[in-house]
Every structure is written in C-alpha cells, then in structure tokens.
Design a protein around this ligand. Structure first.
Ligand SMILES: Nc1ncnc2c1ncn2[C@@H]1O[C@H](COP(=O)(O)OP(=O)(O)O)[C@@H](O)[C@H]1O
Ligand SMILES: CC(C)(COP(=O)(O)O)[C@@H](O)C(=O)NCCC(=O)O
Ligand SMILES: [K+]
Length: 249
C-alpha cells in the first residue's frame, strides 16, 4: 500500500492506494499531524510499503511529519522537490525553486491529462492560477487570497463582522444580495472568486482561443464550478502530479 499526502497551508489531504495502485482504499482531509495519525491508525490492515508527499509548509514542519510517519509506520517518505523541467512541463518562474510545489504538481497533472494547453485553478487557503502552453511552457500564474483568508480578514479586521461556520455554509445556498452579515460576506467573497475565474478564462482565451483545458481543484473548487462549465473538476489533480514527480522505487 502507498500513502499519499498533500500538505497545504490549512489541511492535509491523504489517501492510501491499494495493492492495485489504481484503487484508492481510504482517503481523508485532516487539520493536523496528530489527526492524520489517528485516521491512519483507525484503518484496519494498513501495511504501508511507500509514502510520497508534497508540502508547502516549512522545512521544519515537513521534516517533523516525515519522522512521525517513519516512527509510526516504518516508511521512508519521498518528498516532491522543485524542478526546472519535468514530464514536458517547463517551470516558468525566474527562480524555479520558489514556485509552490502544490502548483507545480497540479500543473504536471493538468498538462498530462490535457495533453495540451491548460489553465490550472486551485482553490485552497490561497487561490492560484497557472498557464501552461501547448508546448509545456509555463507562462506564469497568479496568487490571491482564498475563501478562508478573505473571510478571516473581514472577521479579524472589522469589529462587527462575526458569525459561525454553520451559518456560513447555509449562506452560500444562494448568491442573491445578502440580507444578513453572514450572507453578505460569504456571497461577496464567493463572487470575488467567480470574478477571478472569469478573468483567468478571458486571459486563457486571449492566448489560445478556445483550444485549452481548464482544471479546477482545491477544497473550494465547487464554489466556482458554475461559472466555468467547460472546466474539469479534478479534486486529486495534485496527486496525479505527485505520482509523476515521485514514481515508485
Ligand atoms: N472535506 C473538507 N475538509 C476540509 N476542508 C474542506 C473540505 N471540503 C472543502 N473544504 C474547504 O476547502 C478549503 C481548503 O482547501 P484546501 O485545498 O484543503 O486548502 P490548503 O491546500 O490550502 O490546505 C477550506 O475553505 C474548506 O472550507
Ligand atoms: C500559493 C500557495 C500559498 C498556495 O498554497 P495553498 O493555498 O494550497 O495552501 C503555495 O503554493 C505557496 O506557498 N507557494 C509559494 C509561492 C509561489 O508559488 O510563488
Ligand atoms: K493545495
């Protein structure tokens, strides 16, 4: 069995592949290293041969998780590393090591699945957009605050915007102008994300006409899927890239 981990700024996405590595036998989203251990320890018949991971956390945090996993399951962990070029994709950053590894893997996965020009949009703590041309050249991308950051900025930098998570979820059932703070904020931020998506689509059309594939990934991809009906929603896009960057030994 193989354990795969995508350590974002807010959550760790994990999944276990079976003896047939095309099959996901267990998966989850957790908010801490300890919660990850708990989830994994709760699985019966877990026998890990390999572990591969991508992390956008600090080197210290990543190393701590690696040694935790080595201690608990006796596996060594392969970590995705920056590259100037891989699987036909050329990293477009001036300093290629600075490009977020989750972005890089989602790009590898997207270009592989599209076999051509693609726009990769990731909705996590931050929102990212990356443009990969038909020849695999990464043209660059954009980073902006995601839903969790936008709502938390409003909550922490104003005095009267206060509401709970349950109300937030319900507020997004519609996008008509809000008649309560929670509706006004949640819908307002959701529309910001949708506007961002539309701008990215316009830019992609300027580059490539209609000849490109759009990928939506990240925990909040569903919030914007409606404005990009042509897009492929691929929640495990980072894992597609992870398998390419860290093939089994
Ligand atoms: N099952 C889930 N568990 C946790 N967060 C989720 C889940 N489904 C959707 N989300 C949303 O996804 C967002 C986090 O996305 P994610 O891609 O995990 O971020 P990051 O990679 O930055 O940690 C949060 O706004 C959260 O509300
Ligand atoms: C942009 C990100 C913060 C996104 O992280 P996430 O929202 O997935 O947790 C991450 O990819 C990152 O730290 N990137 C490094 C900076 C860059 O890509 O330019
Ligand atoms: K992510």
């Amino acid at each position: 069995m193989i354990l795969e981990l995508d350590c974002g700024n807010s959550f760790i996405k994990w999944r276990v592949l079976g003896a047939d590595i095309r099959l996901v036998v267990a998966e989850g989203v957790v908010d801490s290293d300890l919660a990850l251990l708990e989830s994994l320890n709760g699985l019966d018949e877990l026998t890990l041969q390999h572990c591969r991971m991508v992390s956008v956390r600090t080197a210290d945090e990543t190393a701590a998780l690696m040694s935790l996993l080595a201690g608990a399951f006796g596996v060594s962990v392969a970590c995705a590393a920056p590259a100037r070029e891989m699987s036909g994709v050329r990293n477009g950053y001036d300093d290629y090591e600075k490009l977020g590894l989750d972005r890089w893997l989602a790009m590898l996965g997207g270009f592989h699945l599209a076999a051509g020009a693609c726009l990769v949009l990731d909705f996590g703590t931050a929102v990212t957009a990356d443009f990969i041309a038909n020849d695999g050249e990464h043209l660059g991308g954009f980073i902006c605050p995601g839903m969790p950051l936008m709502r938390n900025q409003l909550r922490t930098h104003t005095r009267r915007i206060r509401y709970g998570d349950v109300a937030a979820e319900r507020a997004l059932e519609s996008l008509v102008p809000g008649r309560a703070t929670v509706e006004a904020v949640e819908r307002g931020c959701s529309l910001m994300l949708r506007g961002f998506v539309l701008t990215q689509l316009e830019l992609a059309r300027n580059y490539w006409g209609e000849d490109f594939t759009v990928f939506l990934t990240g925990g909040d991809a569903d919030l914007v899927a409606e404005v990009a009906p042509q897009a492929r929603v691929v929640p495990d896009l980072v894992f597609v890239g992870l398998a390419m960057a860290c093939p089994l030994p």
